[in-house]
Design a protein around this ligand. Sequence first.
Ligand code: FDA
Length: 303
Amino acid sequence: MVNRLLVWASGSPRLQQQVTQHKLTRRVAHRFVAGERLEEALAVAAELNAHGIGGILDLLGEGVTDLAGAAHAVDEYEEAAGAIADRNLDATISIKLSQLGQTVDRAACVRNLNRILDRAHAVNVRVEIDMEDSSLTSDTLRLFQEAATGYPKTRLAIQAALRRTPLDLEALAPLKPRVRLVKGAYSEPVEVAHRGRSEIRAQFKYLTDWLFQYGADPAFGTHDGELVDYARAAAVRAGKAPNEFEIQLLYGIRRDLQQELANSGYRVRVYIPYGMAWYPYLTRRMAERPANLLFFLRALAGK
Ligand code: FDA
C-alpha cells in the first residue's frame, strides 16, 4: 500500500513542486543523489574509482515535454562524456530515452541519441540506456537495437519483472546484447509484470543464466544478496572469471556490499544520479524500502 502510494507520488507534479522546494527534503535527497551539478557527480565517480569501483553517471530527468528540454539533456550528456574522458575516469553514462524526447518527437529522440552515442564513442566513453515504464518498452528495444548495431558496446537495462522479458531477450539474441538486468522499478499492472518477490527472483535467476550464455559482458543491477550470490555462482558454472561480468548498485545503497564485492575481485559499478530533477528518482527509492521513508520523515521532523 505504502509502496503503491509512493510510486504514485513519484509521478505527481504537484507534490513534486511542494517537496522539492523544501530545504530538508533536499538534504535527504543527498543520501541517494550526488548533487545538482555534474562536478559533484564527477567527484563521486573519482572517489569510487579510488576504491576500485566504476561509476555510471545519470543526469536526472525523464519524460521531457518539449524538445528544448531534450536538447538541454543532450548538451549535458555530451559535457559529461567529455569530462569523464578528460579526467580519465572509469565511468559510463546512462540515459533515459524519454529524457531525449521519445514521447514528444521520436525522430528528434533518434537524432539526440545518435549525437550522444557519437560523442561518447569519440572520447571512448560507454553509453547505457535505462528502461522506463512498460509503455516505452517496445520502442526502447527498437532504439537499442539500432544503437547497438552501430555501437555494439551500448548497454540496455532489462526488467526481470516484466512477463515479456524472456521473449524480448530471445529476439535480441542475434545481437549478443549487453544488458543490465534489474528487477524493475515501476508499478505495472499484474497482466504486464510479476508482482511477487519470489516470482521476480525466479525470473531474474533464469535471465542471469541466459545472459551468461547468450549475452555479452552481462551486468546485474541489484542489491539483493540472493541474486548477487546467484550471479556469482552462475558465472562459475558458465566458466567466467569475476571480471567477466559486472555487479551494479545504486549510489548510497549497500555501500558495504559495493566495497566487499570490489575487494573480492568483482567488477563493481555504481549508478550516480545527479541534477535538479531528483524527485521521481527519490520517491522510487523510497517505494523500494519503507525504512527510507522513516529516514525521510525523521529528517523532516528535524531528528
Ligand atoms: P530489493 O529491492 O529486494 O532490495 C534488496 C536489498 O537491497 C534490500 O533488502 C535492502 O537491503 C537493499 N535496498 C534495495 N533498495 C534499497 C533502497 N532504495 N534503499 C536502501 N536499501 C535498499 N530499474 C528500472 O526499472 N530501470 C532501470 O533502468 C534501472 N536501472 C538500475 C540501475 C542500477 C545500477 C540498479 C542497482 C538498479 C536499477 N533499477 C532500474 C532499479 C531496480 O529495478 C530495482 O528497483 C532496485 O534495484 C531495487 O531492487 P533490488 O534488486 O535491489 O532488490
